[in-house]
Design a protein around this ligand. Structure first.
Ligand SMILES: Nc1ncnc2c1ncn2[C@@H]1O[C@H](COP(=O)(O)OP(=O)(O)OP(=O)(O)O)[C@@H](O)[C@H]1O
Ligand SMILES: [Mg+2]
Length: 367
């Protein structure tokens, strides 16, 4: 299971009786362009999809990872719960972007218990915020190979006010937020349940959302590097709006391949390719930064997810620039999905959007 991230983010005010009564958990990936609902149950062999929901948000509801219009977010969550007949009360969600700081640090070897005791003090040196403003979590990645009594640790700090904004939205929809995860770790979980990750396979995960692109490296089954770029699908939409002088809705439709009056397809392709070029340069830069600090590390492939992964020509451009295989994540590939309930065509179409949500759907209190 991907780390213990989330445990320390545990919302402490949850009524105890609720924790033990309700085993069902509903996962909400609250993105800046849409909310994704996933409910899964564990089976003998793995996981089964129970509920799936998707609802778009107006562009001003969440901006750069901050909830601006909490009423809209809360009412969308409530509507989705009602529409899908969700009975679960416990909820998990995740954050990404600038409110999350993830750092790999090297420190004197100690046990998990010892580190849990001293984490506030240890983290202070690495986190550029007052410790009172953040929740801290960590995962020990293992002793370093030189055996000098040092160990690598992944430190995670998340701004408390941002956690509160997201957990409040869930609470106001009648839910008990039990885990607040981080997108990259949810993606690791998603990969874990879908593929038998080989210990010597190193995969770059690239989740292209509307406003944030998260890049992470999974090595030996653990996330060892993460970075986020404040770019995503919005850059394409804005550029199309600007170039063709069309509104947001038409620009969104045009970039998804719909015919829009006044948008010339040849010029559109050049606009899209220009943004893709900027994005691939940034992705490659992050990969190079990771590789520069990881001697003898090779990457086997890139797995793309997020709605932005559907951008025409982007996958091929990244493949060429990074000289690596690029795959589209299929979060439903390794889980049971009853075709009578979930149309396989719909699942295929929506797969990129649900990569974080499916990973979150495996999270349970105290994982
Ligand atoms: N067919 C398509 N072609 C290109 N872009 C697409 C397509 N479908 C969706 N997108 C883009 O994908 C983005 C939404 O993806 P996603 O749902 O993963 O983002 P999000 O989770 O809401 O955002 P974030 O994680 O950045 O807060 C939007 O910018 C949308 O325009
Ligand atoms: Mg997202």
């Amino acid at each position: 299971m991907a780390g213990c991230f989330g445990e320390l983010f545990l919302y402490m005010s949850i009524a105890f009786k609720n924790i033990f009564k309700s085993k069902e958990v509903v996962a909400f990936d609250i993105g800046s362009s849409s909310i994704k609902l996933v409910q899964m149950s564990s089976t003998k062999g793995g996981w089964e999809l129970k509920k799936l929901g998707y609802c778009q948000l107006p562009p001003e509801a969440i901006v750069d990872g901050s909830i601006i219009d909490s009423m809209t977010v809360t009412s969308t969550l409530s509507d989705m719960l009602a529409e899908h007949g969700v009975k679960a009360k416990d909820a998990v969600t995740s954050l990404s972007g600038h409110s999350v700081i993830i750092k790999k640090v090297n420190m004197a070897a100690m046990t998990e218990e010892e580190l849990a005791e001293s984490i506030q003090w240890e983290a202070e040196q690495y986190i550029p915020f007052p410790m009172t403003d953040v929740n801290i979590d960590f995962q020990i990645l293992g002793e370093d190979t030189e055996g000098r009594g040092q160990m690598d640790v992944m430190l995670v700090a998340v701004k408390k006010d941002v956690i509160n904004d997201y957990t409040n939205a869930l609470k106001e929809s009648g839910l008990n937020p039990v885990v607040v995860d981080v997108d990259s770790f949810a993606l690791e979980n998603m990969m874990e349940i879908n593929f038998a990750l080989s210990p010597d396979e190193n995969i770059v995960m690239v989740n292209i959302g509307a406003s944030i692109t998260s890049i992470s490296v999974i090595a030996g089954g653990l996330t060892v590097f993460t970075r986020s770029i404040p770019m995503g699908g919005n850059q394409y939409t804005e550029e199309v709006q600007r170039r063709f002088n069309v509104n947001y809705k038409d620009a969104e439709a045009a970039k998804r391949g719909e015919d829009i009056d006044g948008v010339d397809p040849v010029e559109l392709k050049s606009v899209i390719d220009t943004v893709s070029m900027n994005l691939t340069v940034e992705i490659k830069r992050s990969m190079d930064f990771f590789l520069a600090g990881s001697i003898d590390m090779f990457i086997s492939k890139i797995v793309l997810s997020g709605g932005g992964a559907k951008t025409m020509g982007l996958s091929d451009m990244l493949k060429e620039r990074a000289a690596l295989d690029v795959e589209l994540a299929n979060p439903f590939g390794g889980i049971e999905c009853d075709p009578k309930t979930f149309d396989p065509e719909y699942l295929k179409e929506m797969a990129p959007f649900f990569s974080v949500g499916v990973g979150l759907g495996t999270r349970r209190l105290g994982d």
